[in-house]
Ligand binder design. Structure first.
Ligand code: GAR
Length: 219
């Protein structure tokens, strides 16, 4: 266990992922020091306030460009001296300065089994591709979009009756179980990194990270 267990969560909208991080905090070792949204109307701000967590709304529209916004964001984040910066539905491209600043301390959850379906609309992409499964990935963030080393993936089979809505519902449910746990692994020092290789409890993981099925999560 490291001394610093503080996390700062960045989000842009509804904040159901943020909610799961807040709800499960008592069972894990991380502590949410602040929740920061780039959209002042984001519902997640109300969720964090209700949980008694410090909130900050930093409207990206008030800044001239990405770099000046990200610089201000770094200043806001750093006042909490977090061990880890957690992206939870944070829907903005990050500048390279930002990513570099938090290298190894910046984590994201993306709704696909990376490297498949990077970017937006992953549910539709998986259906269009005729994939037999879809899922979510927890990964460290690097400069290239949705490309950093994967810590964990959770998968669900795609059924013939699935729609983007049904897939989203199942995948969000999985994310809300696995993301808080993965955050805890990182903050408690169980996850380490050697180049592109991730280790959990000193055991190297393959490029998919820890692989969990929806069935295993339900058991
Ligand atoms: C989550 O499903 C997360 O995986 C996705 O946004 C959703 C946020 O929902 N993130 C990305 O697509 C990042 N590329 P929420 O606002 O209800 O937490």
């Amino acid at each position: 266990m490291t001394d610093n267990n503080r996390i700062v969560v960045l989000f842009s909208g509804n904040g159901s992922t943020l909610q799961s991080i807040l709800d499960q905090q008592s069972k894990y070792q991380y502590q949410t020091a602040a929740a920061i949204s780039n959209r002042p109307a984001a519902f997640g701000l109300q969720r964090a306030e209700k949980a008694g967590v410090k909130t900050i709304a930093l409207d990206h529209k008030q800044f001239q460009d990405r770099n000046s916004f990200d610089k201000a964001l770094i200043e806001q984040i750093n006042q909490f001296e977090p061990a880890l910066v957690v992206l939870a539905g944070y829907m903005r491209i990050l500048s390279s300065e930002f990513v570099e600043h938090y290298q190894g301390r910046l984590v994201n959850v993306h709704p696909s089994l990376l490297p498949k379906h990077k970017g937006l609309n992953t549910y539709q992409s998986a259906l269009d591709a005729g994939d037999s499964e879809h899922g979510t990935s927890v990964h460290f963030v690097t400069e290239e979009l949705d490309s950093g080393a994967v810590i964990l993936q959770a998968s669900t089979p795609i059924n013939r009756t699935d729609t983007t809505d049904s897939l989203e519902e199942r995948i969000k449910r999985m994310e809300q179980k696995v993301y808080p746990e993965a955050i805890d692994w990182i903050v408690s020092g169980r996850i380490t990194q050697n180049g592109q290789t991730i280790l959990l409890d000193h055991q190297p993981l393959d490029s998919h990270g820890v692989r969990i099925t929806e069935q295993q999560l339900e058991d």
